[in-house]
Design a protein around this ligand. Structure first.
Ligand code: ADP
Ligand code: MG
Length: 296
C-alpha cells in the first residue's frame, strides 16, 4: 500500500479539518496518531485510520514545496542505498488561496505493536532483542558527513525480523561544501520573528550537525531511552553502539547529554507556545500544530 491510496479529495478534507481546528484553537480534537519534536502526525481517515499524515508547515510557493519534496525523495533514496528500509513515503501538497502550499508527508500506518518502543516495552531487557543491534548497525552504515539519521527508537518499526525507518520528514543531507539541503525556513516560522535569524544561523545548524556524527546520534538514541521510560535497556544499547565507537559511550555521558537535550527541546517548544499565545492575542492565527505537555 502506498500513499497513492489517499485521494486528493481526502487530503483536502483533512487539511480543511486542521484549518478549522487551528482557527478555533481546538487542535486537541484532531485524530492524532503520534508526535515527535517537529511534526504532529495525524491518522486518516479519522474513523479508521490507514494513513499517517505528517503536516509540515506551509511553503511560500509551489517551487519551495517541490524542492522540499525532492529533498525528501533523495533522502529516502540515500537511506535505502545504505541498506535502510524506509516506510513507503510520499509528500503531497494542498494549495491555499494565498498561493502557499501546505505539505503532508504521507505513509501507510504501521501497526502500533511493531513500533520499536512498544516492542521493547513488552520485552524483558535481560533477554535482549535483536532490534537493538540492528538499529546501532543501521546508524553506523548510514551516518556520514553528508548523510544524517535520527536513530531514536520512536523512528523505527520492527516486524518479523525486519527494521523499518519512518522519520524522513526532515531530510538530513549535506552537499560537497558542507551546506545542509534542509530548508529550515518553514520550520523557523513556528517561532517568534525576533528569534528566527539566530535560529537559522546558529541553533538549527548545531542541531542538524548532531545527526551526521555517529557518536551524537548514539548519544541521542541512548538518551531518548530515558524519555521513553526504557532506561533498563541502556546497557544493551551501549554494548551495541560501542562496537562502532573508538571511545566507548558511558551511561554517565548519556544521562548528561539527555538533561541538556531535554532542556533544549523543552525551551524550543515553550518558545513556540509563547509565539502561539502572542499571535492569538493579537488576532492572528497560529498555523502550526503543537504537541500537548511532554514528560521529559
Ligand atoms: N507510518 C507510521 N505508522 C505508525 N505510526 C507512525 C507513523 N509515522 C509516524 N508515526 C508515529 O508518530 C511519531 C512521530 O513521527 P515522526 O515521523 O518520527 O515525526 P517527527 O519528525 O516529529 O519525529 C512516531 O514516533 C510514531 O509514533
Ligand atoms: Mg521522529
Amino acid at each position: 500500500m502506498s500513499a497513492a491510496g489517499l485521494g486528493d479529495g481526502e487530503l483536502e478534507a483533512l487539511e480543511a479539518l486542521v484549518g478549522e481546528a487551528l482557527a478555533a484553537g481546538r487542535d486537541g480534537e484532531l485524530p492524532v496518531l503520534g508526535y515527535g519534536e517537529i511534526s504532529l502526525v495525524l491518522g486518516w481517515p479519522a474513523e479508521a485510520p490507514r494513513f499517517a499524515c505528517k503536516r509540515m508547515p506551509a511553503f511560500d510557493s509551489r517551487a519551495a514545496f517541490e524542492s522540499y519534496r525532492r529533498a525528501i525523495d533523495d533522502y529516502v533514496e540515500r537511506l535505502e542505498a545504505v541498506g535502510i528500509a524506509v516506510a513507503p513515503t510520499e509528500m503531497r501538497g494542498v494549495d491555499h488561496d494565498d498561493l502557499s502550499v501546505v505539505g503532508y508527508v504521507i505513509q501507510p500506518i504501521l501497526p502500533a505493536a511493531t513500533l520499536a518502543p512498544a516492542v521493547l516495552h513488552r520485552t524483558d531487557p535481560a533477554e535482549g532483542h535483536p532490534l537493538v543491534a540492528a538499529i546501532a548497525d543501521a546508524a553506523a552504515a548510514a551516518v556520514s558527513p553528508r548523510l544524517g539519521l535520527d536513530a531514536q527508537l520512536a523512528n523505527w518499526a520492527w516486524d518479523d525480523g525486519r527494521l523499518t525507518y519512518i522519520d524522513v520528514s526532515t531530510p538530513l543531507e549535506w552537499d560537497d561544501r558542507g551546506a545542509s539541503r534542509l530548508d529550515v525556513e518553514p520550520l523557523a516560522k513556528a517561532y517568534p520573528a525576533i528569534l528566527r535569524p539566530p535560529l537559522r544561523r546558529f541553533i538549527a545548524p548545531r542541531i542538524l550537525d548532531g545527526y551526521r556524527k555517529l557518536r551524537s546520534v548514539y548519544e541521542d538514541l541512548a538518551g531518548n531511552l530515558i524519555k521513553e521510560r526504557l532506561t533498563p535497556w541502556l546497557p544493551a544499547f551501549l554494548a551495541a553502539t560501542n562496537r562502532h565507537l573508538a571511545r566507548p559511550l558511558t551511561e554517565r555521558e548519556v544521562h548528561g547529554y539527555y538533561r541538556s537535550d531535554a532542556r533544549l527541546w523543552a525551551l524550543l517548544l515553550r518558545l513556540r507556545r509563547l509565539d502561539r499565545a502572542w499571535r492569538l492575542r493579537t488576532g492572528r492565527p497560529y498555523p502550526f500544530l503543537l504537541p500537548g505537555p511532554i514528560e521529559r
